[in-house]
Design a protein around this ligand. Sequence first.
Ligand code: ZN
Length: 449
Amino acid sequence: MIQYDKERFIRHLQAMVQIPTVSSADPEQTRTAEFEKLHQCLEECYPLVHRTLKKEIIGKCALLYTWKGSGKSSQLPLLMTAHQDVVPEGDHAMWKYPPFSAHVDEEGIMYGRGTTDSKCNIQAYLDAIELLIEDGFTPEYDLYLAFGYNEEIMGGPGAAGAILHDELQKRGIQLGMAIDECGGISVRNGRHVAEIFVSEKGYADHEIYINAKGGHSAYPPLHNALGKLGKAVYDLEEHRMAPKLCPPVIQQMKADAPFRKDEAVRQLFSDPEGNEEVLKELAEESALINQMLRTTTTPTMAKGSDQANILPEHASVITNSRILPGETLEDLEAHFRSVLPEEAEFRLIKGHNPPPVSSTESYGYRLLQKIMNEKYPGISFIPSMMAGGTDSRYYSDLSPSRSVYRFTGIFYDGKSGGAHSVNEHIDTNVLCDNVEFYVNLFSRYGEEL
Ligand SMILES: [Zn+2]
């Protein structure tokens, strides 16, 4: 019988959060020493894992663990992913407790950068395996753990997700299922609901710019490069891409409808196709509906000249776009061309198309449903689209059954949150359930359904 010791899980998560593995946009700037400290910390926290599984460092500091199975299972391997890196901690003065203190308050809430995103996943996977080894368990299938180190910068050159993917591909490894961070369990309208992300949007950063003759700002033209660019960006905001209902969003709305408190929203979501026109109108007002129906683009950074009295020779803005499943980078750029004035130019800084939408009928999906239903009888699943992105997208082409899911065993009661903002925190009372979920998954993956 496996014992779940909350204090032990808290100690492990604290040790990880106390190492500031902040990711760097420039691969040359990777804080290798911090990641090495984290690797050392994992060795100390999980001696059995490190004695039993094969550990490899891939690229600069990605971790790949292999738990070789007995080979009795006919299921393809299971891959668990998470990222070691965290986003910068932001303004220290705005944190209740120092961002890398991993302080646990009287209510059992642990504060710190990376507590929810996503060191709690690494902790839960490894604690589950450590407990299973202690219990004498060996899998009948091969289990891989892949932890990147620059997930938070959304890919680009040197993306650890791509490096790990290429390594698995080179070895001819195909996956029965891949599971990444995000998703979890909550209670809505008095019923248990599991949100599982079966799709995510694509991503693109562009530089949009106008070049012009510079000069002294005391002799300005009517519109200089920055002024013209301002208008171009405003036009881009005014003329967004056309809204559309894509299949994963239709699926999500239908599954989500019964749990909506608002009667009007419940009606709309229960028949999205029938209410398509109303939803499109709503997208004009609601940022939430808008991101479900549209490939979005928004300007986030801007630059003119280097000094107040110099006319800009190169005025530029960076835009960030999130691409709806079914649309592509090419569609987005064609839209830019149709909306922007001729003198505005653009270049892609980095980006990728949305990964394929995962199946809701696969063996893996049904196993997740079964495991969850045993713990929370009658639980409903909401297969959802994620507006953000995860490293799991890299593994889609290794999963012939389209079984890439973003899902955890974390119960969200409103007491955990703050990913990417100050005061990121996790309710330590959820740690046992999360570890238990992975113990179930790892020990039962491969069983007949
Ligand atoms: Zn994350």
